[in-house]
Design a protein around this ligand. Structure first.
Ligand SMILES: [Zn+2]
Length: 74
């Protein structure tokens, strides 16, 4: 199989997975959130700190600088 076909296959899978995640995240009420390190992109060199839902991992917001500092101290 050529690279083109492989990539097309993977992209189709990725789309299916992302759709499934979106549906699950839509059904979640995001009742509990906590600060977590999140990689914006797969090739990011350093993670960023975001509020994410404890259940579905969707990004819910940006912590303030002070909240970030407290988080990094722990
Ligand atoms: Zn959620």
């Amino acid at each position: 199989m050529g690279i083109f076909q492989k990539i097309n296959n993977l992209l189709a899978k990725k789309q299916k997975i992302e759709k499934e995640i979106a549906i699950l995240q839509k059904s979640c009420k995001h009742s509990e959130k906590s600060m977590k390190l999140v990689w914006k992109h797969v090739d990011s060199t350093s993670p960023v700190i975001r509020y994410v839902c404890n259940k579905c991992s969707i990004v819910l917001g940006y912590p303030t600088q002070q909240e970030k500092d407290n988080f990094l101290k722990e």
